[in-house]
Design a protein. Structure first.
Lengths: 418, 318, 228
């Protein structure tokens, strides 16, 4: 109890220093304004990029769940080519293969945007639980409705589509049109799909894309012992990867011209793209942060004469060098914390309300061609903690020398005045 | 974050060595005015050292937390064992993670004792100590930087292939008492004796030497007990002996591991203060108080750990 | 509190061509409740002596004792503690902080202790009331007259109830009336048992001193109970 009382009493001293530091922040307004403004901008850029990059990576990781365990494509002379359906039997007979489902898909331009039209075998294509696929209205595809299509909710909203509407798309030849009747609208937890994906029956897709008879775009291979467990958040692998790897090797051995991609490969590639791009922005950000620290250093030194006099007076009145150091570090902490918090909020506003105009385009890697969709951002505790550490610590280290120089001022400056 | 903070610690350590060395070389044999100037250098060194040591102490749990985060990304890894196999250098630095915090705390205690005295009698000792431990700080920070740069998602063997294969180092069963139970009893006896020695050390100096001598065997027996007794029993996996899996899947194990760590490190801390913190009558008095407090806390930490382990085992089997 | 110095010497820019011996071998003995005056022309070294006795400046050689404790060898942190607990300073240029109000300036020495804002304010008001500043409590320093600022500076020196008060030319920058009130205040403090050490040119202070220390060209002569 006594120790607790003493601790409480001691803490009052540090509260007093905090109040003094807060006053100091408002006293030296130029320094405060310069440091806070520049740090807010720097943090806003980094925070915006961090939230977007982790959001996109997370979305890419989740979206890869829609990919089958193994995707098999054909190449001819090193270029993508349609894969014949005869390969289905051969692959189905391999050890560890549960099922092989064909898929025909491609891109189509509509109203100045590019969408994905994917033809699936509605009866046999499994929809993984990971992406929270649900039908908002209407029903899922059925094999007897050849010209039906189901679209993502964002597509329906942006193109003002309802159940029963006809969606007429220009075919690959450019001289024909193909009409699909909207029989369902779906939503998922992946913004990309609900903004981009049009699902149709595989036969309709073959006609639409003028695919060679007996050929499809790729084969979806599902291996045994897969429980379709939810992906570990943030991870790149699901369990039993080895099963997929083994089957993939067997398929490659069967036909070396086939391009065999495991779900792990697809996820890793799409996630790493955002990592690479955010890395470029990070480099630019470090340069910006360095200039902020130099500015802080400059401001701390420029305010030196007034500060030194003040410190001399305080020391004459009974403040020790450690007390002055504590006050200076508290000032840095206050400035850093306020600037970082403001920067984080500004980043969220920039990302969510304004759609991250420059950074978003850079990270996404394309511009207006792609349909707009709500940018996924990930504001997690670890992201925020890293931002605070990344912004405040360099500022702290940068202010070490000015704080020390201020703190070791001789108290007799109060008497001598210089 | 660990990467950034470690880089900061490396830079600061190198920078702080300059004033620290200046003080170390000039302190003894200088007059009051020169001492006053060196005192100014001390405040710069001190600020830097405190930031460095706080970073390193803060980074110990962050290091393990970060490495734990790599588990899903390393194919074949099921726990930290697999992550360490992905970067073998991490095994070598594991010991540093447990030993260095004791050293850092030692420096802070010296500073505390010095601050209680009126004339900085431990200044030279503090700077000497920092200069001695600075290569360790650089290694600690530098290896963090290297490990996080080098980690790649390579295929690894995880713990089972290392710790579950072959004969297990447990005593043979005697009269119905299994080897695991015997090991547990040995651990409890050793830990209790260790705690007793710590409490006795407050009054009798010789008991401290006994505690120091027992500290390493106790640490070894604890690790063995974790692997052979606690992992199989608490994870309900009779043939699994990985301590990292235990710490990963049974968070209470982290608590009593920390308590045991502090208990084992406590007497070594007092050795640091005893050797470097007794220059004048003033410092001797303060050092004695600090030493006695440390020994008592270390003793209580060991006893708390034993109680928690016992309760944990009982709850696990109820 | 008794203050004693032995062979106190201060050399500025030691070893360089601009070396200045501000004080050379000063031996002084100031007893408890003394009203000590440091007298000498400008540049004689009296401010240097004052600041060394007050532990504001480190000596080049020599020692300073407070109640026979050698405080001159203390670390910076411990000298600060001594200043905080036992010493009050009154400066010639007041040295008030403009960003604070009058009471906040007075309460500054209490900031580095474990007292809450309300307690500090109450204490400051008490001291300011004694000095006739009750009506200026919340005023910013810039809006105070010179005399009021000096009284705020004095209140600041007194708030921690120090045993010894050092004052550097306390009446130099004020009018005669304020100077008289300051002298009266010093007499009161002396009667309360405080030791007062004043560096001054003011002739009206001379007759009040119980100890006169004449400082001339860095050397010191001490006269007890005799005016200079």
């Amino acid at each position: 109890m006594k120790a607790a009382k003493q601790a409480k009493k001691r803490s009052q001293e540090h509260i007093n220093y905090f109040e003094y530091a807060l006053k100091g922040v408002f006293t030296y307004k130029t320094r405060t304004f310069a440091i806070v403004c520049s740090l807010v901008i720097a943090v806003m850029i980094l925070a915006s990029m961090t939230f977007l990059a982790t959001g996109l990576s997370s979305e890419a990781s989740t979206s890869a769940a829609f990919a089958p365990d193994i995707t098999v494509e054909n190449t001819m002379a090193g270029r993508p080519a349609a894969i014949p359906l005869t390969d289905i039997q051969a692959i189905s007979n391999m050890t560890g293969v549960a099922r092989v489902v064909p898929r025909t898909w491609g891109y189509v331009e509509y109203s100045g945007k590019i969408y994905t039209v994917m033809g699936i075998d509605a009866e046999n294509m499994p929809i993984p639980q990971d992406i929270d696929f649900i039908m908002s209205s209407g029903q899922f595809l059925s094999s007897d409705q050849n010209n039906s299509a189901i679209v993502g909710k964002n597509i329906a909203d942006s193109l003002n589509l309802k159940l029963g509407d006809v969606l007429t798309l220009e075919t690959q030849s450019g001289i024909e049109n193909y009409s699909f009747t909207i029989t369902g609208i779906f939503s998922t937890n992946v913004n990309l799909y609900t903004s981009d994906l049009i699902l149709v029956n595989i036969n309709a897709a073959e006609q639409f894309f003028s695919e060679n008879p007996g050929c499809v775009t790729d084969l979806c291979v599902y291996v045994t012992n897969q429980n379709y467990q939810p992906i570990i958040p943030g991870s790149l692998v699901r369990e039993n990867t080895n099963a997929a790897d083994q089957v993939a090797q067997e398929i490659e051995a069967y036909n070396p011209s086939l391009r065999v991609l495991t779900q792990y490969n697809i996820r890793e590639d799409s996630v790493s793209v955002y990592g690479l791009r955010s890395g470029y922005v990070s480099i630019a950000w470090y340069v910006l942060l360095l200039s902020v620290i130099l500015l802080a250093l400059n401001q701390a030194t420029a305010a030196g004469a007034d500060m030194r006099k003040e410190v001399g007076i305080l020391k004459a009145l009974g403040f020790s060098t450690s007390n002055i150091l504590e006050i200076r570090f508290l000032e840095t902490l206050i400035l850093g914390f306020v600037a970082t918090t403001t920067g984080i909020f500004a980043a969220i506003i920039y990302d969510v309300i304004f759609g991250a105009p420059v950074i978003g385009s850079f990270l996404l890697g394309w511009s207006a061609v792609y349909p707009g969709f709500p940018l996924p951002i990930n504001v997690s505790a670890s992201n925020v903690a890293i931002l605070y550490a990344t912004a405040i610590l360099p500022l702290f280290i940068g202010s070490l020398i000015p704080a020390w120089r201020s703190a070791v001022t001789e108290p007799d400056i109060a008497i001598r005045g210089n | 974050m660990d990467f950034l903070l470690s880089v900061g610690a490396v830079v600061l350590t190198i920078a702080v060595l300059v004033p620290a060395t200046r003080i170390f070389l000039k302190w003894s044999g200088c007059d009051d005015e020169e001492k006053h100037l060196l005192e100014k250098d001390f405040y710069l060194a001190f600020s830097g050292i405190v930031v460095i040591l706080l970073i390193r102490l803060f980074l110990v749990p962050i290091y393990f937390w970060t490495m734990q985060g790599f588990v899903p990304m390393i194919p074949g890894a099921m726990c930290l064992w697999g992550v360490f196999n992905a970067v073998p250098a991490a095994w070598g630095t594991l010991l540093l993670k447990f030993v260095l915090p004791v050293v850092y705390l030692g420096w802070m205690l010296l500073y505390y004792i010095d601050g209680k005295s009126k004339t900085h009698p431990l200044m030279q000792n503090m700077m000497t100590f920092f200069i001695i431990i600075s290569p360790l700080v650089l290694i600690d920070s530098g290896t963090d930087v290297l490990i996080f740069s080098a980690i790649k998602p390579v295929q690894v063997n995880c713990c089972s292939s290392s710790v579950d294969v072959g004969a297990q180092p447990v005593p043979a069963a005697i009269g119905g008492l299994s080897g695991q139970m015997q090991l547990l009893i040995i651990f409890f006896i050793m830990a209790s004796a260790f705690a007793l020695l710590l409490f006795l050390s407050v009054k009798q100096r010789k008991a401290l030497w006994g505690a120091l001598a027992l500290s390493f065997p106790l640490a070894g027996v604890y690790v063995l007990s974790m692997m052979q007794v606690l992992s199989p029993w608490l994870l309900h996996l009779p043939f699994h002996h990985c301590p990292f899996c235990l710490l990963q899947d049974h968070p209470l194990a982290v608590v009593y591991t920390l308590l045991i760590w502090f208990g084992v490190g406590g007497p070594w801390l007092t050795l640091i203060t005893k050797k470097m913190g007794r220059e004048t009558l003033e410092t001797e008095e303060t050092e004695a108080k600090v030493r006695n407090l440390l020994l008592k806390i270390a003793g209580f930490a060991i006893l708390m750990a034993l109680i928690i382990i016992a309760v944990d085992i009982m709850v696990s089997f109820s | 509190m008794n203050i004693r110095s032995v062979n106190l010497t201060k050399i500025y820019f030691k070893g360089s061509s601009h070396e200045v011996v501000a004080l050379d071998g000063a031996n002084v003995e100031i007893k408890e409740k003394d009203f000590c005056l440091l007298i000498g022309p400008s540049g004689s070294g009296k401010t240097t002596l004052l600041s060394m006795l007050g532990l504001l400046t480190r000596q080049t050689r020599g020692k300073v004792f407070y109640d026979e404790q050698e405080v001159s060898s203390y670390s910076d942190a411990w000298q600060t503690k001594v200043r905080k607990n036992k010493v009050g300073f009154i400066f010639q240029q007041y040295n008030l902080l403009p960003q604070f109000s009058a009471w906040e300036n007075v309460a500054l020495p209490m900031l580095c202790s474990c007292t809450k804002t309300s307690e500090r304010r109450d204490q400051a008001i008490q001291v300011m009331t004694k000095l006739g500043l009750k009506h200026r409590i919340d005023f910013k320093v810039a809006s105070l007259s010179g005399g009021e600022q000096q009284r705020v500076a004095i209140a600041r020196a007194l708030i921690t109830n120090p045993e010894v008060i050092f004052a550097d030319e306390p009446t130099a920058a004020v009018d005669d009336q304020t100077a008289m009130s300051i002298i009266e205040l010093f007499k009161e403090l002396k009667n309360e048992g405080k030791t007062i050490i004043v560096a001054t040119h003011d002739k009206s202070l001379l007759k009040e001193g119980t100890l006169h220390i004449n400082v001339n060209n860095g050397s010191v002569q001490q006269f007890r109970d005799e005016p200079f």
